[in-house]
Design a protein around this ligand. Structure first.
Ligand SMILES: Cc1cc2nc3c(=O)[nH]c(=O)nc-3n(C[C@H](O)[C@H](O)[C@H](O)COP(=O)(O)OP(=O)(O)OC[C@H]3O[C@@H](n4cnc5c(N)ncnc54)[C@H](O)[C@@H]3O)c2cc1C
Length: 300
């Protein structure tokens, strides 16, 4: 197994929505060396850059993990297709580009459930700071941030306007901004698109940081295991060009592989439901039944 000679302060697993932002923020000061591992390849592909290419990416294993669920009783036993991005930008490079930040009361509920810092008043400044909203800034929206959000108001099909009028006639009034003062209502989706090209997290955050000497981005590099010293994560084992390598992290290992892959990597590393891991011959470092569980099966 090859030892990555360069020492890093942070090793980030997964260059998706979260990983791209983290890589940018952690390298801004120039004080930290960061390795960003991405299992997929480049986002410089026509159907990734072109917003209408979205439909072409939905089943393309070149950029998509193309997961399949277990048969789902709620779907009369059918197995569903679960797309997840596998390239720079992660799912933000294959998603539908709709910009809806979520409802203020949901954030407040999360905070009330015991998560300080997750209330709406805590996260709103962060949202305003990353936004470059075409509609202009106000108490809810930001401008001048790295992530451009288009208002999507030009060249709408006449049927769109007719549909909105019909909604209003049926008692659902139009909202001018799903992310503004009035979230409820009918309206036109805002899109993370700029100049006719997809505004992924890679474009907004990672690409501007990629020229920094303290950031190394490795594509086609899949983390296979988090390495621990006791219970402290000290590095990552990853596969690149057919060989296994090890990268040490002096400060932190950050897992941003997405909702499916992050728990999987934890389980491969010995963190997860003990009996299940042991049955698969995996070492059990920390038994925790909630790793990999669905919200329906999580235990408090
Ligand atoms: C088809 C589709 C349409 C969507 N539409 C919308 C939308 O319109 N609006 C919206 O707000 N949201 C949408 N979403 C959801 C949104 O894109 C995701 O919630 C978000 O991108 C998830 O970010 P993440 O950082 O958690 O993971 P991801 O962005 O998925 O990033 C995870 C990254 O980690 C990499 N990775 C995983 N495991 C490893 C490993 N072991 N080693 C190295 N790298 C690894 C993956 O390849 C991937 O690049 C959509 C998602 C999909 C798939």
């Amino acid at each position: 197994m090859a030892q990555d000679a360069a020492g890093y302060d942070y090793v980030i697993v997964g260059a998706g929505s979260a990983g791209c932002v983290l890589a940018e923020r952690l390298t801004t000061s120039g004080r930290h060396r960061v390795l960003l591992l991405e299992a997929g390849g480049t986002d410089r592909r026509l159907f990734v850059q072109m917003p209408l290419g979205y439909g072409k990416l939905f089943h393309d294993p070149a950029v998509n993990w193309c997961y399949r669920t277990e048969p789902d009783p709620g779907l009369a036993g059918q197995a569903d297709h679960w797309p997840r991005g596998k390239l720079l930008g992660g799912s933000s490079s294959i998603n539908a580009m709709v910009w809806i930040r979520g409802h203020a009361s949901d954030y407040d509920d999360w905070q009330a459930a015991g998560n300080p810092g997750w209330g709406w008043q805590d996260v709103l400044p962060a949202y305003r700071a990353i936004e470059d909203w075409e509609g202009g800034s106000d108490a809810f929206r930001g401008t001048g941030g790295p992530l451009h959000i288009g208002a999507n108001r030009r060249d709408l099909h006449p049927l769109t306007h007719a549909y909105l009028r019909a909604c209003a006639a049926a008692g659902l009034p139009e909202t001018p901004d799903f992310n503004g003062a009035q979230q409820e209502g009918a309206g036109v989706y805002q899109l993370t698109v700029k100049g006719g090209r997809r505004m992924s997290a890679a474009r907004a955050f990672l690409r501007p940081a990629m020229g920094r000497a303290n950031l190394r981005v490795l594509t086609h590099a899949q983390a296979t295991r988090v390495l621990f010293d006791g219970r402290r994560a000290i590095g990552v084992e990853y596969r690149h060009k057919g060989a296994l390598h090890v990268a040490q992290a002096g400060r932190e290992v950050i897992l941003s592989g997405g909702a499916v892959n992050t728990p999987q990597l934890l389980m491969l590393s010995g963190v997860g439901p003990g009996a299940e891991l042991a049955a698969l011959g995996l070492p059990v470092l920390l038994a925790n039944a909630n790793v990999g569980a669905t919200s329906a099966t999580i235990r408090a």
